[in-house]
Structure formats: C-alpha cells, structure tokens
Design a binder for this molecule. Structure first.
Ligand code: 5AD
Ligand code: SF4
Length: 474
C-alpha cells in the first residue's frame, strides 16, 4: 500500500518493502548438521514456495538459519516479473559470491522464475551459481545439492503439468504464528501479453482439495487464525476427485476451508476478473470468516489497451463486475494492480486508468510502469514505445490518485467498529497492536491486558490516513 509520499522513489522503496527481498527465517534452533539460508523475492507465491523448499530441505537433514555467513547453502528464490526484480537478484548474487569465497564448500542456488530464463547465463557465463532449480523441480533439490557438493553443477528447470507439492507440509518461515499462505494451484494459462509468468511457472494446475483442507486444519490445530489461498488465478481452480469424479470449484473450496473452523479467517489471491463467479461472491457474503476483500487486478482502464494486454474483458465488463461485487457484498474492499505506459498507450487511454480507480474505489493498488519481458506476446508483437519518463509520470499520477481515493475511503471508516485479528505489535510502538479488519485494512490501536497476537477484538476507528486506520478497543 502506498501512502503519503507519492514520489516515484518513495514508491519503488515501498514496492521493495512490500513485495521484494524480504528475508525469511525460522526460529533459530541449532540442530547441528547442514544449514541453509533462503531469501525470497517477488510475489506471495514465491514466499510460499520457499516454505515448500524449506520443508524439502528439512526432510533431507538441513535446517534453516538467518545467518548467511554461517550457512552451507544460500538459496535465492527469484522473480522475473519486471526487470527491476531481476536486477536486484543479480546484485544479491554478487554479494553471495563474496561470502562464498570466505567459506569453501558453500553452495549458492537460484530458485524460481529466473531459473528457466537464465540458467545458462548463471552457470556458464557468470559462474556465480552452483545450482539452478525451476519452480516445479524443488523435490530434486537435495539430489542437486548432493551432486554440487561433489563438484557437479546441478540444473533442473523442468516445468511439470502435474506437480502441485500437494503432499508437502510447508515449513512456516518467519511466521507470526497467526497468518499463513496455502498454495492451491500453480502456473497460469492466461497469457496476458505483458506477463512472463506462463513461461516461468508453466501450465495451470490445481492442487488436491483434500490436501488443502488438511493443511488448513493442521494450521488451526497449531493456533493459526488466518489463511490466504494462493494462486496466479484462484478463481479458475478446478479439481476432480479421481475416485468419485466429483468436481470442486473455487467457490466450493472456499466454503470447505471456511468450514474448517469459524475462528479461521479465509483470504485468497489473485482473482482474474474474467473468472470470479457469483458463487464466490455468495460464499464471501454468507460466511463471516471469508474476508470481504477481493484483489481484482484491472491492469488498465481502457478497452483497447485491455484487448492488447489480452485480458479478455473490456472496461464496461470490468465495471459490471465491480458493481456486482458491491451489490452482493456492500462492504467489500477491492484492490487492484495497474500498469502504466503499456505499448502504444495514449494520454487519453492513460486517463481511463485514472478514472477506473475512481469508479472502483480501490482500497489500494499495486502500481507499476510497464517493463518489457523477453519472450512474452507483447515483446514479440508490440513496440515498447512509451518513453520511460512518460511511463513514470503516468505512474506518479496513478499513485497520487490512488492515495487520494484510499484516503477518502479510509476516512469513511472513522466512527465504525471492526472485528480485528491481532497480528502483533505495531511497527512504531510496542504499546500498540496492529491487526486487520475483514477488508484487509491495517488498524493500529493501544494494547489491552489479556489480549495477544491471534486474538480477535473489536476496534472503533478514530483516525485514518491513506495507509492505515487508528482506533481503540471497544
Ligand atoms: N511490467 C509491469 N508490470 C507487470 N506485471 C506483470 N507483468 C508486468 C510487466 N511486464 C504486474 C501486473 C501483475 C502484477 C503481479 O505485476 O500488474 O498483476
Ligand atoms: Fe500473468 Fe495474466 Fe497469469 Fe496474472 S493472469 S500471472 S498477469 S498471465
């Protein structure tokens, strides 16, 4: 979420904070044996994948450490979505290389979306890396590490049509013990023309619904209070029980997870506007614990650009979807992803992206300028013809407007009371708690004796700005 300082620099920093490069660790527990250190970049899916990787390595006798210098294996889970993400990873690899030179025998591995694209470059030209593993090959990691220990550089970037890691119980890294991600599907079949994901993560496939429910149940038993069901396009989840041939849709899955416990909040991300159904909206309406919040990326507010982006909806269709959401769930919050300066976008078309923010009243958006990605449809078919300064200026305008809308929408919450799930101490003061309401808005409020992270409480909002609400327990 972006707030008070809408300069581009500020924005990029916030993108960094929100989406990039956070390092994951688990509680330090020295079990002896080999240690791995893992950093994750990019989307929540990558963070969730790192927990699968940690589990696979845990089974192979490795334990996690937060101390890079003391590790035997440094892993970096990479993102290819924009050029900047890739540049950050390259910088990190140079730093890892220095650490490695001090510690003979240490291995460095590249995981995730950059693996497929850059395997040759990493291994041959740059010689910075010992292991390269794509998103569908994590089970092979222990074998690749063993090979690399014997001096054989290891690569597996095979993209699978089946792998969902359904049976793997993720090792929760750096968890607050309250919220967890559950990966419900992998890959993407949508082929948005700007997007590299279908090439880096492969075809869409849904995970066994029973293993998803089992994972949620296990989390509840361990005291977790919130799960986010993750996928590139969760609304197209479909899984068929191989025995009964019964099909499970996303709406049904949501209900199955919501029924695990009324104390468990259920969130999900990301929804493609073309696939979210009324059944999903009814499930949100009917189940108190399915949160009233939908991340519904629009990408552009202009129909011609949307067509060029291959989003398969146009502006009027998207507006109707937004209307339908507010009709069925009047207090739903909607957020978005927006790209500025896509190929051939005119000033008028850019204005349509501004006006869709106004129309949809997004609670927040992730906003980016277009970054051409190798191999995508857009790269092959269209010229990346909007100058960088124009892309950035348009982005600044989008951010400023989104901040205004967030500020106005948040101000409407002043005086209201929300049920809040306490996530822990606020960043600024350990006298305050932070927590979210159903709409995914962060609320800061003074602590009260007897309450702790993972508890629900009711908070009345007294103050707001574009990023947070402040209130008190009632
Ligand atoms: N350039 C800029 N932003 C992009 N996204 C995806 N591909 C690109 C690109 N080439 C954005 C989209 C997507 C979000 C995860 O990243 O808005 O929804
Ligand atoms: Fe990329 Fe579009 Fe798939 Fe999202 S839905 S991952 S933007 S191709």
């Amino acid at each position: 979420m972006y707030n008070d300082n809408p300069t581009l620099e500020g924005v990029e920093k916030k993108i960094d904070e929100a989406k990039q490069g956070e390092v994951f660790y688990q509680t330090e527990e020295d079990k002896g044996g080999k240690k791995f250190y893992i950093e994750s970049y990019g989307c929540q899916m990558n963070f969730s994948d790192s927990e699968i990787v940690a589990s696979i390595l845990g089974e192979a006798g490795f334990s996690p450490t937060r101390n890079m210098e003391a590790s035997d294996l440094i892993l970096i889970n990479t993102c290819s979505i924009r050029e900047k993400a890739e540049l950050t990873v390259r910088k990190r690899l140079r730093i890892f290389d220095k650490v490695k030179k001090q510690r003979p025998g240490m291995l460095v591995g590249v995981l995730g979306c950059m693996a497929e694209r850059l395997k040759k470059k990493f291994l041959d030209e740059e010689k910075l890396v010992d292991i390269v593993v794509g998103p569908d090959a994590y089970r092979d990691l222990p074998a690749l590490v063993a090979g690399a220990e014997d001096g054989n550089k290891g690569v597996n970037v095979f993209l699978s049509r089946e792998e969902t890691y359904a049976d793997i119980s993720p090792m929760r890294l750096d968890s607050n013990g309250v919220s967890a991600f559950i990966s419900i599907m992998r890959g993407c079949d949508n082929m948005c023309s700007f997007c590299v994901v279908p090439y880096t993560r492969g075809r869409e496939r849904s995970r066994n619904a029973f293993t998803i429910v089992a994972e949620a149940t296990n989390l509840v038993e361990r005291g977790y209070k919130e799960v986010t069901l993750l996928g590139q396009n969760v609304d197209s989840f479909k899984w068929e029980n191989p025995e009964t041939k019964e099909k499970v849709t996303f709406a049904q899955l949501l209900v199955m997870v919501a029924e695990v416990s009324p104390e468990l909040r259920v969130r999900f991300s990301t929804s493609h506007p073309k696939d979210i159904t009324d059944e999903v909206l009814y499930a949100i309406r009917d189940f108190e614990n399915i949160c009233n919040y939908i991340h519904l990326p629009v990408q552009s507010g202009n129909s011609r650009i949307l067509k060029k982006m291959n989003r398969t909806y146009d502006r009027p269709w998207y507006e109707k979807k937004v209307d339908r959401i507010y009709e069925i769930i009047p207090d739903c919050a909607i957020s978005s992803d927006i790209i500025t300066g896509f190929c051939s976008e005119t000033e008028e078309e850019h204005k349509d992206s501004l006006s869709i923010i106004n129309y949809a009243k997004y609670s927040m958006s992730y906003m980016f300028f277009y970054s051409e990605r190798p191999g995508t449809l857009a790269e092959r078919k269209y010229e990346d013809d909007i100058p960088l300064e124009v892309k950035k200026r348009r982005l600044t305008e989008i951010i400023e407007l989104q901040n205004d809308i967030s500020r106005i929408e948040n101000a409407k919450d002043v005086g209201k009371t929300f049920k809040v799930l306490i996530e822990g101490d606020s960043k600024k003061s350990d006298l305050d708690f932070k927590g979210r309401n159903s709409q995914n808005k962060m609320i800061i409020f003074p602590k009260k004796e007897g309450l702790k992270a993972g508890d629900y409480t009711y908070v009345k909002v007294n103050e707001s700005n574009s990023a947070t609400l402040k209130g008190e327990i009632v």
